[in-house]
Design a binder for this molecule. Structure first.
Ligand SMILES: [Zn+2]
Length: 407
C-alpha cells in the first residue's frame, strides 16, 4: 500500500502499547505495531494521539473586548450591561478579526471542533452571524465550527429578534439557543424556542439558571418540553450554576431528570467562578455545577471555555486541558478515574455532544492531535500542551516542547 505519512509509536489508549499509523489521501489507512514504508515518518515517541479537543460552548463574537467593555461590579448584570453597550459598536469585520484571533489560539491548543454561540438581536442584526459563518469557511482547514444562534437579550421581550433568528436558521445556522433568564417570559421563550427547533429540525442549546438560588429554576420546564417535543438527545444546557447548591438527594434527582430527558450538561468553570457568588462577602460558594456527578450518572457532560477576555471572563487562552484542570481542581478531583472523566468532558463527550465520532479508526479522516503525556489523567493533571495537530493528513500546527539550554 502506498502511504503519504507514517506516525510512529503513538498510544491510542491509556496504557496501550504504542502503534504506527499510516496515512494515505488524508485518511487513516493502517494501524499496526510496526509499519514498513518509504513514506516520511513523524515520531510520536509514545505520546497519546487523540482526535483533538472539542469546545462545546465558546462565544467568538464577544471575545477580546476588555479594552472597550468593563464589568465594574463583576456580576452577571454588570457583564450583560457592558456587552450590550459594546455590541453597539460591533461590525462584521470587527467580529471576524477578534474571532480569528481566538480560533488561531484554539487551533494551537489542539481544538478541532467548536460550537460557537452567536448573539442575534435587532442591534447586532446578522453581522455577528455572517462574520462567524465566514470564519467557519476560512478556518475549515484546521477545525469544524458549529454555529448556535441565540437571543442573549431575550426573545419575547425584544420585537424583531425572532425574525432575525429565523433568517439565520434559514441561512445555515446549525442550531438554536435559548436564554430564558433574560426574557420577560422565560417559559414563553422556552416554548417558542422548542417550536422553532421543530420547525427548522435543529438541536437546542440553552443558557440556563445563572445564579445560586436553588429556590426556582428553568431546568424542569426545559426537561418537560424536551420530552414533550421528543427531543431527547438533542438538547444541551450550559452553566446551570444552581446545581452547585443542591444537597446530595436533590442532586441525585436532577441527575435522573437529565438522564431521563436525554439532556446534556455543559459546565463553564472560568465564567461561573468569576461571576457567581458576588453577593457573598466571605465563604464565597464555588458556583460550578458538579459535572462529574452527572457524568458518572450517565449524562452527557462537557466542560468548555465560554468566554475569552471579556466582561464575563477576563481570562482565557482557549486551552481545554487547562479548563479540565480548573474543573478538577474546583471539584476536588484527584483520582486517576476522576481525572480521566475530566479529560472525557473536553474530548470524547464533547465530540458526542456535537454529534461527531471521537474514535480514531481505519478509514476515518486523519484528524489527529499528539499529547506529550502517556495518559488522559496526566494530561489533565499537568495541563498537557499538544505538540502538533493535523487535519485530513495535513499538518495544522506545531508547538514543540521548550528546549533547555544547559550551560
Ligand atoms: Zn455562553
Amino acid at each position: 500500500m502506498s502511504l503519504d505519512l507514517v506516525i510512529s509509536q503513538a498510544r491510542l489508549q491509556d496504557g496501550a502499547a504504542p502503534v504506527d499509523i499510516g496515512i494515505a489521501e488524508g485518511k487513516i489507512a493502517a494501524i499496526a505495531p510496526r509499519i514498513d514504508s518509504d513514506a516520511p515518518v513523524r515520531e510520536a515517541r509514545g505520546g497519546l494521539l487523540i482526535r483533538g479537543f472539542a469546545d462545546s460552548h465558546l462565544h467568538l463574537d464577544k471575545a477580546c473586548i476588555l479594552e472597550r467593555a468593563v464589568n465594574r461590579s463583576g456580576t452577571l448584570k454588570g457583564a450583560l450591561e457592558a456587552v450590550t453597550e459594546a455590541k453597539r459598536g460591533f461590525t462584521q469585520e470587527d467580529v471576524y478579526a477578534r474571532g480569528a484571533k481566538v480560533l488561531e489560539q484554539a487551533i494551537g491548543q489542539g481544538t478541532t471542533l467548536i460550537r460557537t454561540q452567536v448573539e442575534i438581536d435587532p442591534v447586532i442584526g446578522l453581522a455577528g452571524f455572517h462574520a462567524v459563518q465566514q470564519l467557519a469557511k476560512d478556518y475549515a482547514w484546521a477545525l469544524d465550527l458549529q454555529i448556535c444562534v441565540f437571543p442573549q437579550e431575550g426573545l419575547l421581550n425584544y420585537p424583531g429578534t425572532e425574525e432575525l433568528l429565523r433568517a439565520a436558521l434559514a441561512q445555515g445556522a446549525d442550531l438554536l439557543g435559548g436564554c430564558p433568564y433574560t426574557d420577560s417570559d422565560p417559559h414563553g421563550q422556552i416554548a417558542r424556542i422548542f417550536e422553532m427547533a421543530r420547525e427548522f429540525d435543529v438541536d437546542l442549546d440553552f443558557h440556563l439558571d445563572f445564579d445560586l438560588d436553588p429556590g426556582w429554576r428553568h431546568l424542569d420546564e426545559v426537561a418537560r418540553q424536551t420530552i414533550a417535543f421528543g427531543m431527547q438527545g438533542r438538547v444541551a444546557i450550559g452553566h446551570v450554576t444552581k446545581l452547585s447548591m443542591l444537597p446530595p438527594e436533590a442532586l441525585a434527582q436532577s441527575v435522573a431528570l437529565l438522564r431521563e430527558a436525554g439532556i446534556a450538561l455543559t459546565v463553564l468553570p472560568a465564567t461561573d467562578l468569576f461571576i457567581t457568588g458576588r453577593e457573598f462577602d466571605h465563604a464565597v460558594p464555588r458556583g460550578v455545577a458538579p459535572a462529574h456527578r452527572f457524568h458518572a450518572g450517565g449524562v452527557c457532560c462537557t466542560v468548555a471555555t465560554n468566554n475569552v477576555l471579556n466582561p464575563f471572563t477576563p481570562y482565557g487562552d482557549c486551552s481545554l486541558p487547562r479548563m479540565a484542570n480548573l474543573f478538577a481542581n474546583v471539584a476536588q478531583l484527584g483520582q486517576e478515574a476522576d481525572l480521566s472523566a475530566c479529560f472525557d468532558m473536553v474530548s470524547g463527550a464533547a465530540f458526542r455532544l456535537l454529534g461527531r465520532d471521537p474514535a480514531i479508526r481505519l478509514g476515518s479522516a486523519a484528524d489527529l492531535v499528539l499529547l506529550p503525556g502517556a495518559s488522559r489523567a496526566a494530561t489533565v493533571a499537568e495541563i498537557g500542551r499538544p505538540l502538533w495537530g493535523m487535519r485530513a493528513g495535513r499538518m495544522s500546527f506545531e508547538a514543540p516542547a521548550p528546549r533547555l539550554l544547559w550551560p
